[in-house]
Design a protein around this ligand. Structure first.
Ligand SMILES: Nc1ncnc2c1ncn2[C@@H]1O[C@H](COP(=O)(O)OP(=O)(O)OP(=O)(O)O)[C@@H](O)[C@H]1O
Ligand SMILES: [Mg+2]
Length: 278
C-alpha cells in the first residue's frame, strides 16, 4: 500500500496506470548514455522530450526552467529527480518556495513517492532559510554535502533577489536579507543579482552535477527569467507557457548548448501523473 497523502491509500499496482507507465517508460528507455558526438546525456524523465534533444540534457549542464506561475516548473523538477532516482543516482532538491513537508505532500499527490528515497539517503531535500546571514556559503555546503548526480534549485528567484552588502572595507560582499551594521554598503540590485548568479553558477559547476533551476517570469514578460540575467549564464533553457485562448500548455526548448533541437513550442499536458509531451 502506498500513502498518497490526504488520508488516501492506493495499492501499489494502481499507481502504475497507463499514463504513469509512460513516465516509467520515459525513464527506463533513457538512462544516462552517450550521444553520437560522444557527449554524455542525462534523461529528463519527461515522456517525449529526450528524443528532441539528442537523448537528454548534456551531463553536468545547468538548465533553467522558466515559466509564468503554475505552468509546471516544479513538476518538471520532480520528474527530473524521479528519473535520477530510478537510475540509482544521488539527488539533491533545494527548495526556497515551500518547506520540505509541503513539497513531499505535493509530490505524493502526483505519484512521486520520494520519502523512501529520502530515508535511503538517495535524495536530500533542503529548505533554504533566506534569513540566514551568508546564504552562498550555506548553499555551497549543501551542494558539496554529497556526491550529487542531479541537483534542483526551485526556485532561484528569491535567492537572486536577496540584497548584497559590501563589508570589510569593500573587501567582501555577502548576501543577507537584513542590513547588518552601519558600515555595510548595499549593492544596487543589478550588481547584486549578477554577483548572486555568478557565485551560484560557480558553486554548481565545480560539482559537475546536472542541474535544474527554476525561475518565475511575470505574465506578459518577454524575458526568459525573472532577473533577465540567468538566461545568459545557464547552458539550457526550457520555457513553459500557456496559450490561454486555446486552453493549451506549451513547452519550448529555447536553448541547449551542444544540442540540435527544435524551437517550436510543443503541446504538453499535465495530469495526475505529471507532465508529458503530446
Ligand atoms: N492532478 C493534476 N491534474 C492536472 N493538472 C494538474 C494536477 N496537479 C497540478 N496540475 C497543474 O499543475 C500546476 C502546478 O504545477 P507546478 O506546481 O509544477 O507549477 P509551477 O510552475 O511550479 O508553479 P509556481 O509558479 O507556483 O511555482 C497547477 O496550477 C495545475 O494547473
Ligand atoms: Mg513551483
Amino acid at each position: 500500500m502506498v500513502n498518497i497523502g490526504m488520508g488516501f491509500k492506493l495499492d501499489a499496482k494502481e499507481t502504475t496506470e497507463p499514463e504513469n507507465s509512460t513516465r516509467d517508460t520515459a525513464i527506463k528507455n533513457n538512462e544516462t548514455k552517450n550521444d553520437y558526438t560522444g557527449m554524455n546525456r542525462v534523461n529528463s524523465g519527461i515522456h517525449g522530450l529526450d528524443e528532441l534533444m539528442n537523448g537528454g540534457f548534456p551531463k553536468g549542464n545547468i538548465v533553467l526552467i522558466s515559466g509564468t506561475p503554475g505552468t509546471g516548473k516544479t513538476i518538471v523538477c520532480f520528474q527530473f529527480i524521479e528519473a535520477g532516482l530510478k537510475n540509482g543516482e544521488n539527488c539533491l532538491y533545494i527548495t526556497s518556495d515551500q518547506p520540505v513537508k509541503n513539497l513531499l505532500s505535493e509530490a505524493n499527490q502526483l505519484q512521486f513517492h520520494f520519502q523512501p528515497e529520502v530515508d535511503k539517503g538517495k535524495l536530500n531535500i533542503v529548505y533554504l532559510d533566506l534569513d540566514k546571514q551568508n546564504l552562498h556559503k550555506d548553499i555551497e555546503e549543501i551542494v558539496k554535502s554529497g556526491n550529487y548526480d542531479r541537483i534542483v534549485m526551485d526556485s532561484l528567484s528569491p535567492v537572486t533577489e536577496l540584497p548584497m552588502w559590501m563589508v570589510n572595507n569593500g573587501k567582501e560582499v555577502i548576501p543577507s536579507s537584513n542590513s547588518m551594521t552601519t558600515t555595510t554598503i548595499p549593492l544596487d540590485s543589478i550588481q547584486a543579482t549578477r554577483l548572486h548568479l555568478r557565485h551560484l553558477v560557480k558553486i554548481i559547476k565545480e560539482e559537475n552535477s546536472t542541474t535544474m533551476v527554476t525561475t518565475e517570469i511575470p505574465e506578459g514578460s518577454r524575458d526568459l527569467s525573472r532577473d533577465s540575467i540567468s538566461e545568459f549564464l545557464v547552458d539550457g533553457i526550457l520555457v513553459l507557457g500557456l496559450d490561454t485562448t486555446m486552453g493549451r500548455r506549451k513547452l519550448t526548448i529555447r536553448k541547449m548548448r551542444g544540442t540540435k533541437h527544435s524551437l517550436k513550442p510543443m503541446d504538453v499536458e499535465i495530469t495526475e501523473h505529471g507532465i508529458r509531451l503530446h
